[in-house]
Design a protein around this ligand. Structure first.
Ligand code: ADP
Length: 335
């Protein structure tokens, strides 16, 4: 496929930057410009533009590109003034499938790849991130914002750090929403990615997160059994209905390698999630085996993704595929 980036840049270079710094291209505002199958896609950094300036820039980009030979349609996307922060929800149909383990290790793996990552433990009914990440410190409150605590290269906030250990949390909707708000509106600084560990199922926290913070996508964790997959399908349906793209299914606890004899067995079956992902038309991000080492590392507050070896590699693979899916979503600029 040929890359037609240059002619389109030349066309855009004819448009003045409304903030008086030469043209849009020279001002470094064009972050993506391409023509593919007759569709011109332009992503513009509109930092500092007023609403009128944005509208004017968009009109001019449309006029300049549609005048190009072969272009039948133009899509323009403007990035927000704030540093873009992608929110990735990690959910599951039911509890105990390893959703928190996957959320923590994905966060750590992404941080090791150089991303600035925040981890929000929104599983208010059973916050397990302080244990998994080995971070029980009480976060500080500065200017009415909670300051996330560092752990394994990730910044994290958990309900578990805010409430007394063992306190039964039986909140109603509004309290849940305000607790989630304190976490989401914490001082996340320059975090590019916020991984949100949701409670299992489809309740108040999910609804509030989707309505108020519009995640870029959702990762669903399931074990290979049919029953778990039926629940996962329900969670995927909910995200879809609420306009959040399921960016991938992860199969956890797939296949058990006996630490003594090395023999592989499949206590919960294997491959079910990959087949289910195909049926539902969502990407399959990967498979994590059932390993005692994974449970032990989690119990000890050392996520395997922070170490070396096969488990760390598995989580890095998931993180790479997650980033690929996020990138594809970002390129699907809306007209
Ligand atoms: P959830 O968030 O879905 O409730 P957790 O992440 O808390 O599930 O995992 C439940 C239990 O299973 C924890 O003790 C965790 O250490 C363990 N676990 C999760 N994934 C694996 C795995 N791949 N191998 C072994 N143990 C696992």
């Amino acid at each position: 496929m040929t890359d037609d980036a240059d002619p389109i840049k030349a066309a855009l270079a004819g448009i003045e930057d409304p903030l008086g710094q030469g043209d849009l291209v020279a001002a470094g505002r064009v972050t993506l410009a391409r023509i593919k199958d007759g569709v011109a896609t332009v992503v513009l950094d509109a930092t500092g533009f007023s609403a009128e300036q944005r509208a004017l820039a968009e009109r001019r980009i449309r006029a300049a590109t549609i005048a190009m030979p072969g272009v039948t349609e133009t899509r323009v996307a403007m990035t927000a003034d704030k540093p873009e922060r992608a929110i990735v929800a990690v959910g599951s149909g039911k509890g105990g499938v390893g959703k928190s383990t996957v959320a923590a290790n994905l966060a750590v793996a992404l941080a090791r790849m150089g991303k600035k990552v925040g981890l929000v433990d929104a599983d208010i009914y059973g916050p397990s991130q302080p244990n998994i990440m080995g971070q029980h410190g009480k976060p500080e409150l500065i200017d009415e914002k909670i300051v996330p605590t560092p752990a394994h290269g990730v910044r994290m906030l958990s309900m578990g750090q805010l409430i007394a250990p063992g306190t039964a949390v039986a909140w109603r909707g509004p309290m849940t929403a305000s607790a989630l708000t304190s976490l989401m509106e914490g001082d996340w600084g320059d975090c590019e990615l916020l991984i949100v560990d949701l409670p299992p199922g489809t309740g108040d926290v999910q609804m509030t997160l989707i309505q108020k913070w519009k995640p870029a996508g959702a990762v669903i964790v399931s074990t290979p059994q049919d029953l778990s997959l039926i629940d996962a399908t329900r969670a995927i349906d909910m995200f879809r209905k609420m306009g959040v793209e399921p960016i991938g299914l992860v199969e956890n606890m797939a296949g058990y390698a006996c630490p003594h004899c090395g023999e592989n067995s499949d206590p919960f079956g294997s491959g079910g999630a990959e087949a289910a992902a195909r049926t539902m038309g969502i990407p399959f991000l990967g498979r994590i085996p059932l390993r005692i080492a994974i449970r032990e590392a989690s119990d000890a507050g050392r996520p395997p993704a922070a170490g070396e070896g096969e488990e760390a590699d598995i989580f890095r693979g998931l993180a790479v595929r997650l980033l690929e899916q996020l990138k594809e979503g970002a390129h699907a600029a809306h007209p």
